[in-house]
Design a protein around this ligand. Structure first.
Ligand code: C2E
Ligand code: MG
Ligand code: MG
Length: 350
């Protein structure tokens, strides 16, 4: 745009462009499509307008702003500011570091127990990836999973986590055939779930590690389920046909309709920590969690409460009929050795 007097002129146009792209647009005779636009805005400085290379630089900044808009969620515009360059550079660096980490084997899988609310015993584990960065120490997945997701590295990394988790679960089951561990739960991000090789990879890992398919739980979030309902049903159906079970992670935090629970072959709901947090303090949360449990049971699903930190929360969950619980009250995610010790000494009898 020329003759821009201020940022409002530019963002006003961005909004008009976004409005004109709001569908639905008819496609063929029977279909409609909705699209959304992520828009990046960069403003040139006065006096900057004639120097060489300027158009390229302005486009590059608009591009950086557009990626920022995409990252913050779709259908949104962002105006470039120099901090975005630093952030983009940081992510780029982390992307490079991550790629090296895959090659150098810097990832670890930790295991957090899931216990039966009724008996207090460990029935399964959730596999949670950790990055042992040579300089920064243990890096939280909250920091590197989004970058791995953006760069696509999540696919090989996730495959490795799946292999490790299944191998460990098989070993634990073999060590105690009489009261075996029931399941190992592994997280799948959107990009992994949408990958065309997913079902084949899962089948191969089960075959190679010898873990019974019924012992593997795959966790996906509501947003993954809602992304593209039609292909989701297909993929979930194929995974179920292998015999694996499906959990909805962070349940209650998405903005999705509940109707998918009826349509999709789901086995577990993991109630998000934010609801469990308030148990015992906020009566509304107890009502909500209790309602979720009743709904899940009516649909034949089991419920896992995430982030249980106190005895009081556990007792409330017992009273409202929750099936499984996971949280620091029992144990943090632990390296193999410590998780084994916990499992075999049966210290977890609450
Ligand atoms: P999530 O799947 O919901 O995992 C539960 C998170 O809650 C874990 O964080 C766990 O350490 C933490 N947590 C468990 N109990 C408590 C508690 O009592 N209090 C509090 N404050 N926190 C608790 P973590 O390990 O940092 O993982 C964060 C997220 O990163 C996971 O959330 C999951 O979405 C993702 N993630 C972790 N590992 C993988 C992986 O291998 N693949 C994929 N795709 N995502 C992963
Ligand atoms: Mg999870
Ligand atoms: Mg969760």
């Amino acid at each position: 745009m020329e003759d821009v007097r201020g940022r409002g002129d530019a963002t006003g146009v961005a909004e008009r462009v976004a409005d004109s792209l709001r569908g639905p647009f008819p496609l063929g005779e029977h279909d409609e499509v909705f699209v959304s636009a992520s828009i990046g805005v960069a403003l040139g400085d006065a006096g900057e307008d004639r120097h060489e290379g300027m158009p390229n630089d302005l486009l590059r900044r608009a591009d950086v702003a557009m990626y920022e808009a995409k990252r913050k969620g779709k259908a949104h515009h962002e105006v470039f500011n120099p901090r975005m360059d630093d952030l983009a550079l940081g992510r780029l660096r982390m992307g490079t570091d991550l790629r090296r980490a895959v090659e150098r084997g810097e990832f670890r899988v930790h295991h957090q127990p899931e216990v039966s609310v009724e008996t207090g015993g460990i029935v399964g584990f959730e596999a949670l990836v950790r990055w042992e960065h040579p300089e920064q120490g243990l890096v939280s997945p909250a920091r590197f999973i989004p970058v791995a997701e953006e760069t696509g590295l999540i696919v090989p990394m996730g495959r490795w986590v799946l292999e490790e988790a299944c191998r460990q679960a098989r070993a634990w089951r073999d060590l105690r055939p009489n009261s075996p561990l029931h399941f190992m739960s592994v997280n799948l991000s959107a990009r992994q779930f949408e990958h065309p090789d997913l079902v084949r990879d899962v089948a191969r890992v089960l075959r190679e590690t010898g873990l019974e398919p019924g012992c593997l739980v795959l966790e996906i979030t509501e947003s993954v389920v809602m992304n593209d309902a039609r292909s989701t049903i297909g993929t979930l159906g194929e995974l179920k046909a292998l015999g694996v079970r499906i959990a909805i992670d962070d349940f209650g935090t998405g903005y999705s309709s509940l109707s998918y629970l009826r349509r999709f072959p789901v086995d577990y709901l993991k109630v998000d920590r934010s609801f469990v947090d308030g148990l015992g303090e906020n009566p509304g949360d107890a009502v909500l969690v209790s309602g979720i449990i009743d709904l899940a049971h009516a649909l034949g699903l089991k419920v896992v409460a995430e982030g249980v930190e106190t005895q009081e929360q556990l007792e409330l969950l017992q009273n409202i009929g929750c099936d499984l619980a996971q949280g620091y009250h029992f144990a943090k995610p632990l390296p193999d050795q410590e998780a084994s010790a916990l499992l075999f000494t049966n210290r977890l009898r609450w």
